[in-house]
Write a protein that binds this ligand. Structure first.
Ligand SMILES: NC(=O)c1ccc[n+]([C@@H]2O[C@H](COP(=O)([O-])OP(=O)(O)OC[C@H]3O[C@@H](n4cnc5c(N)ncnc54)[C@H](OP(=O)(O)O)[C@@H]3O)[C@@H](O)[C@H]2O)c1
Length: 305
């Protein structure tokens, strides 16, 4: 990958999205250092550093500043987040610290050092009352603690005046980590039938597709933006039930899913009934082609056979 940036720091480096970024970066032959980030020397131009929570707490302004200086960081991609949507209802302070305070710290430090930030946010900033895909101009009205803290994070990034972009994504999945695809796969191996919510509509996003898009965006450069919001998810529309059915069918699992209503699956956090994202803006700005969610899921599960 060619990019104008010096070293690129990926925070939340052990998470689902960061792991996909790391896998792709390594496959492109770029050095990807996983630990002991601060004070390390000898990195090449445009090297990636993946910092897990134990390497770098995004809420620690001093540590973030030291890391930027010692590693000559030219761009930060923030993949760190508190993503346990239901647990966040019980732990609003923890969610706020990681989803709102942390991005604010990163944004102020990137502004201070004059480097850009790519920050990741969520479709759950919307209340789900739309009946057409949400554009970046639609007002955000989150209905859960997770959504509220992520929106506060976006606002902190914008307020800092730092360079860079905010990318909202949705329904992320990959072969690794805790996500809907892996949960359905596990349960479908154990149960003959499975009720899955069919009245929430959105679009699954293969984390590898988003990772590739982020690398393309990095290559194109984000220094010309200041907290501009973009939407990215897979193409198409489906319910969690449709998604589960496809996951089960593609793997020939001996389980029959059936549709249920949201109220039949009690969850601590309310979720938007509709959170499809309009992706025109990101496609035009960065000449991106986005795969349909069904094709992407099929390819991933084929590769994994
Ligand atoms: N997953 C989805 O379905 C989804 C949907 C829409 C948007 N998003 C957004 O997409 C982004 C990536 O999500 P993901 O699925 O890759 O999340 P993830 O797998 O939960 O990864 C987040 C990582 O951040 C780490 N972290 C937590 N607190 C931290 C701190 N203070 N400093 C540094 N790292 C910290 C976590 O470590 P621990 O696990 O050890 O706490 C975890 O490794 C997030 O911004 C998320 O909000 C996700």
């Amino acid at each position: 990958m060619k990019s104008d940036y010096k070293n690129i720091l990926v925070t939340g480096g052990r998470g689902q999205l960061a792991s996909e970024l790391e896998r792709i970066v390594k496959s492109q032959g770029l050095y990807a250092q996983s630990s002991g980030i601060c004070g390390e020397k000898g990195l090449r131009e445009s090297d990636f550093i993946f910092a897990g929570k134990s390497d770098l707490d995004i809420c620690d302004a001093k540590a973030v500043g030291t890391c930027i200086e010692k590693n000559d960081i030219g761009l930060i991609i923030n993949c760190a987040a508190y993503t346990a949507v239901d647990k966040a209802e019980e732990e609003p302070e923890a969610a706020r610290r990681i989803n709102a305070t942390g991005p604010g710290v990163l944004a102020r430090q990137t502004a201070r050092y004059g480097i850009p930030l790519i920050h990741i946010s969520t479709d759950y900033v919307f209340d789900g009352k739309n009946c057409r895909p949400y554009t970046e101009e639609d007002p955000a009205h989150p209905v859960s603690v997770y959504g509220k803290t992520k929106l506060a994070g976006e606002k902190a990034v914008i307020r800092s005046g730092c360079k860079g972009v905010i990318i909202r994504t949705a329904w992320l999945y990959s072969l690794h980590g805790k996500n809907f695809m892996n949960t359905i796969t596990r349960i479908a191996k154990e149960k003959k039938t499975l009720g899955v919510v069919a009245d929430q509509t959105g679009t699954p996003t293969n984390a590898a597709d988003l990772a590739k898009a982020i690398l393309k965006i990095t290559e194109a450069g984000v220094s010309g933006y200041a907290g501009e919001i973009f939407h990215y998810s897979g193409e198409g529309i489906c319910s969690w039930y449709d998604f589960a059915r496809k996951i089960i069918r593609l793997q020939n699992l001996p389980c029959e899913p059936y549709p249920i209503r949201t109220g039949e699956y009690p969850a601590a956090a309310p979720r938007p009934f509709y959170s499809v994202l309009d992706k025109d803006k990101i496609k035009k700005a960065f000449s991106l082609e986005i795969p349909h969610w069904e094709d992407s899921l099929e390819n991933l599960l084929k590769e994994n056979k």
